[in-house]
Design a protein around this ligand. Structure first.
Ligand code: ZN
Length: 438
């Protein structure tokens, strides 16, 4: 019970745990949950109160663990933690609690959020991320080009070549970094010079780079796979990458406070949650678990963060729960990530819709290469778009009729032709933004 969760045996168990049967997997989760909750209830002020129902006589030291009371534990939001962060810091003397890194989220959707993450979380999430790479038979000796926001570095666009390797293999290829806020033409020149086997970046940036490739037929970039992260993956990007690079997309869902959370299934494209490291629940407005096919908020529990435990943490992301996967892996399935509350539209009369579901992919229906729809009032929208590359004009009436038919007949839509779609923050692009739900 007090053995630290570390070392090669721990990593080996993680690598194998997706092959356990359902009962053994669940038993493993419960064992990790009990260990974490006993420690949190004993040494973290907030959980000292909130986790009492989990223990007979409310006693985390001696009382039996009452897993059936899990649904009674109130989820915690970022706002709750921001009110009193210290109430979430652990005084436990376990190595898992004392060895941690401090970090913060970007603050792209509010004030920066400072948190502690046990070193163990990084070990565990890196291990299951590597396990997911195996699902796709990635060649670990290949180089990875990683285009993202480089927070620490100056915006010089310099290649932070060879700083670290991108996987566990002793023969790991080089991990090349480049700044996503540099112009796409510059990114494309850099990519051609690096000539990596794998490219990791945001879906909206994959789309831009694929268009550069299409306009540059003799580019010589031979990608074996693209890895998409940090944004919702729209279906057109998957098709575009396949047609331009003849490469599949591996979709990754992660949370800064948790690290890697889920990776797409090579067979279905749905997301498999690494639930042996981060337990995910999808809860409805009333806090009840949703059924497969239903949408709810992603509520996450990290089994390995003892320094600042996140137990039933309401992430603010919404997802559609999936059922069992035909590939046979027992890792739970999310059909898709839909975004945050600001990516919903609340229409006249209070009806709430997910435009990503209702509208589908408009670049496939109309002569536009990209777009963004912004809701300013219940029935008032701005449609920002980039024109088609062949100069075909957009029929505004046809687009408005389509959107009205899908969402509501009373909508007023203003069309705005743009030079570029403005990212919403830290270079992340969101297709649908409601000013009412922000
Ligand atoms: Zn699967």
């Amino acid at each position: 019970m007090s053995e630290p969760l570390t070392g090669p045996a721990f990593l080996d168990l993680l690598l194998r745990s997706e092959r356990l049967d359902v009962e053994a997997f669940r038993a493993n989760q419960l064992r990790l949950l009990e260990r974490l909750c006993r420690d949190a209830a004993s040494f973290v002020d907030h959980y000292n109160q909130s986790l009492r129902p989990l223990f007979a006589n409310g006693n985390p030291h001696m009382g039996e663990f009452l897993a059936a009371a899990w649904q009674d534990i109130a989820p915690v939001s970022k706002a709750d933690i921001l009110k009193n962060p210290k109430a979430f810091h652990s005084r436990s003397r376990r190595r898992e609690a004392t060895e941690f890194a401090e970090s913060h989220t970007s603050g792209s959707s509010g004030e920066p959020f400072y948190y502690r993450k046990s070193i163990l979380v990084n070990q565990a999430t890196t291990t299951v991320a590597n396990r997911a790479f195996d699902h796709f038979d990635l060649d670990r000796s290949g180089d990875l080009a990683d285009i993202r926001v480089l927070l620490a570095g100056p915006e010089t666009g310099q290649d932070r070549n060879g700083e670290k390797t991108w996987n566990f293999s002793p023969d790991s290829g080089t991990h090349h970094f480049f700044e996503i806020r540099r112009p796409v033409e510059e990114q494309w020149r850099w990519l051609k010079a690096v000539a990596p086997k794998y490219l990791l970046t945001y879906p909206s940036n994959l789309r831009r780079l694929a268009r550069c490739a299409r306009a540059d037929p003799d580019h010589g970039v031979q990608l074996a796979a693209c890895i998409a992260s940090a944004e919702i993956l729209p279906p057109d990007v998957e098709d575009l990458i396949r047609s331009v690079f003849d490469a599949p997309i591996i979709n990754i869902y992660g949370l800064r406070e948790f690290g890697h959370v889920a990776t797409s299934c090579p067979q279905t494209g749905d997301l498999h949650v690494s639930a042996d490291v981060t337990m995910i629940e999808i809860l409805d407005e009333a806090g009840k678990p949703v059924e497969p096919g239903e949408i709810g908020e992603v509520v996450a529990t990290s089994f390995y963060n003892y320094a600042m435990p996140f137990i039933r943490y309401a992430t603010g992301d919404f997802a559609e729960l999936g059922g069992s996967c035909p590939c046979g892996r027992i890792l739970p399935v999310l059909k898709r990530i839909l975004g945050r509350r600001r990516n919903q539209f609340t229409l006249t009369g209070g009806r709430i819709v997910w435009p990503i579901v209702e509208l589908g992919e408009l670049t496939e229906l109309f002569p536009i290469s990209d777009y963004q729809i912004i809701q300013s009032e219940a029935a008032r929208f701005e449609f920002h778009y980039l024109g088609a590359t062949d100069g075909e004009m957009l029929d505004h009436d046809a687009v408005a009729a389509y959107i009205r038919q899908r969402l509501a007949s009373d909508l007023h839509i203003d069309f705005v032709l743009q030079e570029a779609i403005i990212p919403s923050g830290y270079a992340k692009q969101e297709r649908y933004i409601s000013r009412l739900n922000s």
